[in-house]
Design a protein around this ligand. Structure first.
Ligand SMILES: Nc1ncnc2c1ncn2[C@@H]1O[C@H](COP(=O)(O)OP(=O)(O)OP(=O)(O)O)[C@@H](O)[C@H]1O
Ligand SMILES: [Mg+2]
Length: 238
């Protein structure tokens, strides 16, 4: 990272950390200083806030680690069959979003792509997690894989809150979260899509979206089909 970008990053991160830390300190001090005067219900409420804010910090630290990894780690790219790679991470989502309906609409004849499998799974995890977070329980989340002449295409669709077209660019910036009733109800640092876009582009892919506010969003990721010459070139480079 260049210096000025690094400085900006550090100042944003410090700001993001200060809010939960201040609240953790405040509520612990109140509990310690006024333990006998607080009733059980409020004690529980304060401890719950401390727990939530700690989770927010843990999530932030994990995301920051992923950002620096996405920037620096060398890729280990190989032939990856995206359908089976996606199938591996689905049980986690069936558990996390028990009341959503998942539909896997896979083209079974897909050739492989040339990817780092861990990084591809991270991309899919961020997109599927968003689809779950920004749609209501009971909604459908559809994951489609298909093929055009040169690319493998993966789509993650939800019928959730949707995104205004004028906000499309903002989404991929660090720490940007959009205003909607589910953003305030859910946790997040606004780093997921920033990381996702970097990971996709570092592996030669593209990410775009279509969305209608109030009715749903589709993220579209494309990766070139595995090609032996390209793979050889890449292995000589790293
Ligand atoms: N499928 C979606 N439908 C509607 N809005 C979305 C969707 N995906 C992302 N967004 C909006 O874009 C913002 C940025 O998404 P991003 O994944 O980068 O961050 P996050 O989910 O808020 O936090 P993080 O992923 O870091 O935990 C979200 O806060 C949300 O407002
Ligand atoms: Mg996210």
């Amino acid at each position: 990272m260049k210096n000025s970008i690094q400085e900006e990053f550090i100042s944003t991160v410090s700001h993001e950390m200060r809010t939960p830390l201040t609240s953790i300190r405040g509520f612990s001090q109140t509990l310690l200083n006024s333990w006998d005067r607080i009733d059980d219900e409020n004690k529980k409420k304060f401890i719950k806030i401390i727990e939530e804010q700690s989770n927010r910090l843990i999530n932030l630290v994990e995301n920051i680690l992923t950002v620096s990894k996405a920037n620096s780690d060398r890729q280990v790219r190989e032939k990856v069959y995206v359908n089976s790679s996606i199938e591996k991470i689905m049980p986690m989502f069936y558990e996390r979003y028990k009341n959503h309906k998942f539909i896997l609409n896979f083209n079974k004849e897909l050739p492989p792509a040339f990817l780092d499998d861990d990084k591809f799974q991270q991309i899919m995890t961020n997109l599927i997690d968003n689809a779950g977070k920004y749609s209501e329980e009971g909604n459908n989340i559809t994951i489609t894989t298909s093929l055009d002449d040169d690319n493998i295409i993966i789509k993650v669709s939800d019928n959730g809150v949707g995104i205004k077209e004028e906000d499309f660019d903002k989404l991929f910036k660090k720490f940007s979260r959009l205003e909607n009733h589910l953003t305030s109800k859910t946790q997040g640092n606004g780093l997921g899509l920033y990381i996702t876009k970097q990971l996709v582009e570092n592996m030669g892919g593209t990410i775009t979206l279509t969305s209608i506010e109030g009715s749903g969003t589709t993220f579209i990721v494309k990766f070139p089909i595995y090609n032996q010459e390209e793979a050889l070139k890449c292995s000589h480079k790293s």
